[in-house]
Design a protein around this ligand. Structure first.
Ligand SMILES: *Cc1c(COP(=O)(O)O)cnc(C)c1O
Length: 380
């Protein structure tokens, strides 16, 4: 007997969640190996190729040399906080575009870090308007940086990255993108868009397991972070310099097993055909889901043109007998795990399309969904 109960029996649930998500058995198996964080097999053999591959995925061959990747321990938010806390000098000003929980989290970070910042609060179900951003920039010449979420996972909305990036290029504003839930699942070219810092994490569209996040940034922008950090552990420049100068060594203990899984996940991304192919799979998952849900009477929260292929929010049924917890348990009993809503002013639930999820599995979900709608006439 031990004080900690035995782990629950392993069940292969399909996680229809925005991360951690369903990974392949081969990604999980890659973790069955201990590594020494001082060892060249690990640092030069695993970490360095990962850093190079991340840059390759985010840039064109002509521009790759101008970019670098930094891996950092913690969940995705730690990396966002590291960038915000390291990128801005004392005289810089930050505009945060907020249309959901992750935009709001950046505002909270800026406040806590004592950054000079301004928030454009768009509301959770509105798409940020470029004209509103432009007019704010015109009135606030102290703004030097702009931070925006790419896919706002709160609602599944895809924010207008192209247009905002063009505006930032025009006005010389440094752009920071939280592409946590989109990078690896939607093509993004940092050089063409002029993004200075792009942030994502191991357990989203690259389809690894949780434990670290990463930044892909212009090398000049990383160099400019020297001496600016407002935290020791989250000092982006120090982490970058250690990895650069010591051949992929992490400053503090590295999440070794997670990193091995991530290397395998990157191999599998390439085998799938790269980001463009993964993007098509996610899009097909999403279209299959929305079409099937419509026949069951579920309506998406967002208008279709704003919807990302990453995750979809659906309005909750208005039937008095409906309870999310009961609905959730019925689907879980059939092997499918969905996600609660996060929008403050609308009652929703969410279903993710990312991870080791195929259109065939989405159709299986739809087949059990009808029986899980216990409040509807004819359901079991
Ligand atoms: C997942 C996610 C994050 C990070 O969340 P963590 O729980 O810290 O990993 C940040 N931004 C967006 C848009 C996300 O989807």
């Amino acid at each position: 007997m031990t004080h900690i109960p035995a782990a629950p029996a392993a069940v292969d649930y399909l996680l229809l969640t925005p991360g951690p998500l369903s990974t392949t058995a081969t990604v999980r198996a890659a973790m069955l190996q201990d590594s020494c964080t001082w060892d060249a097999d690990y640092n030069l053999g695993v970490v360095e190729p990962i850093r190079r591959e991340l840059v390759r995925l985010a840039t064109t061959p002509e521009q790759a040399a101008d970019y670098g990747a930094v891996l950092l321990q913690g969940s995705g938010s730690y990396v966002v906080e590291s960038v915000l806390g390291s990128a801005l000098g004392a005289d810089d000003g930050l505009l945060i575009v907020n249309n959901g929980a992750y935009g709001a989290r950046m505002v909270e970070m800026a406040r806590c870090l004592g950054l000079r910042h301004l928030e454009l609060d768009c509301g959770e179900t509105a798409r940020p308007e470029v004209a509103a951003i432009e007019s704010l920039l015109g009135r606030h010449p102290e703004i030097t940086h702009l931070a925006m979420v790419h896919c706002e996972t709160t609602t599944g909305m895809l924010n207008p990255l192209e247009e905002v990036a063009a505006l930032c290029r025009r006005r010389g504003i440094r752009l920071i993108v939280d592409a946590m839930s989109s990078f690896g699942g939607i093509p993004i070219d940092l050089g063409r868009l002029g993004i200075e810092f792009l942030i994502s994490s191991a357990n989203k569209c690259i389809q690894g397991v949780p434990g670290f996040g990463f930044v892909i940034a212009r090398r000049a922008a990383l160099a400019a972070c020297a001496g600016r950090a407002r935290s020791v552990s989250l000092d982006l420049h120090a982490q970058w310099q250690t990895m650069e100068q010591q051949g992929g060594k992490w400053r503090f203990t590295s999440p070794t097993h997670t990193v091995l899984a991530f290397a395998q996940a990157l191999r599998e991304l390439e085998q799938e055909g790269g980001i463009a192919a993964r993007h098509r799979r996610y899009q097909e998952n999403q279209r299959t889901l929305v079409a099937g849900m419509a026949t069951l009477g579920f309506e998406p929260l967002l208008p279709a043109p704003w919807q990302s292929p990453i995750i979809t929010a659906f309005h909750s049924p208005t039937h008095p007998d409906y309870r999310f917890a009961d609905f959730y348990q019925r689907l879980k009993g059939q092997g499918f795990v969905i996600y609660p809503g996060k929008v403050s002013q609308a009652d929703c639930f969410r279903i993710g399309n990312i991870g080791d999820v195929s259109p065939a599995r989405v159709r299986e979900l739809l087949a059990v969904m009808a029986a899980a709608c216990y409040w509807q006439e004819g359901a079991l």
